[in-house]
Design a protein around this ligand. Structure first.
Ligand SMILES: [Zn+2]
Ligand SMILES: [Zn+2]
Length: 240
């Protein structure tokens, strides 16, 4: 009864078009779901960006940069619809979209995560000033939803973002990475408060664009005793 009243007052909104979702119980309109750019084969064996050619193993980025993270997955290509949806989620407090995102991440990748068997899940942190502005860290919401469903612990503060990064357009790849790495800190207190040894980490974020944030966090983790780093994100760019 209470849920029915809630459904009337706050009907579920589609994370793509923003309309009320019909039929009840669904989290997205079926026509919007049909146009979402789900990532399928062929995809990069390292970062999972979709590839143009079946015979290629890696995207040009992964071929060129030799990333230190071990492997990653993404649900969708970062197209205009997804950019819009995630912007609403982050900046217009459409926190309820997270339910749909988490459901899709699990639907497509829970088997992969179970196979990787990470010790803990860690969200990519945001700077405190952004947190105060937004009231939440979008990656943390996703991480907690996934952790809860798969019975995996979430260490939300294992990584801390202690520095805001300046616009990085003029920097080379190397300078950009160095800059970013300095922005993240490994939180020894959080690591020590966890009673088991952590060697495998699954990082969670909303968007993977250049890969430099993921790589910076990987390097910080790997220089602090973590041996394997994987990631799962909502969206990633194309690999061609
Ligand atoms: Zn829709
Ligand atoms: Zn790749």
């Amino acid at each position: 009864m209470f849920q029915t009243i809630l459904d009337i007052i706050y009907p579920v909104r589609c994370p793509i078009c923003g309309d009320i979702v019909i039929p009840k119980g669904e989290k997205i309109c079926s026509s919007c779901r049909d146009k979402l750019p789900y990532i399928k084969e062929p995809r990069c064996m390292k970062c999972s960006k979709p590839l143009e050619l079946q015979e290629k193993e890696y995207c040009s980025d992964c071929e060129r940069k030799k990333y230190n993270f071990d492997k990653g997955y993404a649900v969708w290509v970062y197209n205009e619809d997804m950019r819009h949806s995630i912007a609403y989620f982050k900046y217009n407090s459409k926190k309820e979209y997270a339910k749909f995102y988490i459901e899709e991440m699990l639907c497509y990748y829970s088997k992969h995560i179970e196979k990787l068997a990470p010790d803990v899940i860690v969200p990519i942190p945001i700077h405190r000033s952004k947190y105060l502005e937004r009231g939440f860290n979008q990656a943390d919401i996703l991480a907690k939803g996934i952790g809860k469903e798969l019975g995996l612990p979430v260490l939300s503060k294992l990584l801390i973002r202690n520095k805001k990064t300046l616009p990085q357009k003029k920097l080379s790849d190397k300078e950009r990475l160095k800059n970013l790495q300095e922005a993240f800190q490994f939180n020894k207190k959080e690591a020590n408060s966890y009673d088991k040894k952590v060697t495998k980490v699954l990082l969670i974020d909303d968007i993977y664009t250049t890969g430099s944030t993921m790589e910076a966090c990987t390097n910080v983790l790997k220089s602090n005793g973590i041996t394997q780093v994987y990631f799962l994100v909502l969206c990633i760019g194309k690999g061609f």
